[in-house]
Design a protein around this ligand. Sequence first.
Ligand SMILES: *[C@@H]1O[C@H](CO)[C@@H](O)[C@H](O)[C@H]1NC(C)=O
Length: 138
Amino acid sequence: MKLTSILLLLPAIALTSAIDVSEEIMDIEARDDKRPPPNTTYMIACKHQDFHGWCIPDNKWVPWGKCFTLDKTHSNAITSYRVLDGCCAFFRRPGCTDRLFEAHNRGHGRVLRKLGKGHNDQISSYKCAKECGIRDGE
Ligand SMILES: *[C@@H]1O[C@H](CO)[C@@H](O)[C@H](O)[C@H]1NC(C)=O
């Protein structure tokens, strides 16, 4: 690669690492002082971007391996989410069927603003675990 192309790439590289760092800071801010309960993953999912509007669940430490189906008010309405200390799978249909995506220690909120078109206002159920590779179903 020529030196000029390397120089042109530098700002892009710097921008990428800046985003990573600010996401890490967000993640630290999100943590409670309390120690997490055992065998849980921290997850919040909110109605509007940047974690505005209502958020679910009330208790943000989600027990592993259990499927949660959102009620009428909350399904097909999630726009931002964050997952820490584990993985969560999100599904289009109740009972953890018709998978949308899995998220490991990441979130769509302040940095990425909101879920992409294909996933915005689509989530009806979720299940969390220590690692990704979460199975569909209850
Ligand atoms: C957490 O999970 C491990 C392994 O699955 C299990 O052995 C342990 O009893 C669990 N602890 C609690 C408090 O549920």
